[in-house]
Design a protein around this ligand. Sequence first.
Ligand SMILES: [Zn+2]
Length: 106
Amino acid sequence: MTFRLTCPVCGKRDIREFTFGGQERGPRPEQPGLSAEEHFRWVQFRMIPGAGAEAGAGAEDAGAPAGGRADTRREWWYHGQGCGVWFRTTRDPMTNREVEGGGGQG
Ligand SMILES: [Zn+2]
């Protein structure tokens, strides 16, 4: 299965040019009261893309969803075969289509 992502620099490119960087986890936890374990988990799940069974860990949608629908995912992607930029996009996991920034059917 293949699909396309929209790089903010290069435009629409094949998924094979990109590297998945993990699901968007919201802002970095820098509050003083954060426990070492909480920070560790944030770093681990953030820094190890595709670490497996992360769903249902309680980290999802802890804050207000920033304009995202409930059935979409915000993700980080890296355009390693292109301009080398990290960017976020919102995809529908059912269709793999981007739901933001795109102009509909591409
Ligand atoms: Zn690019």
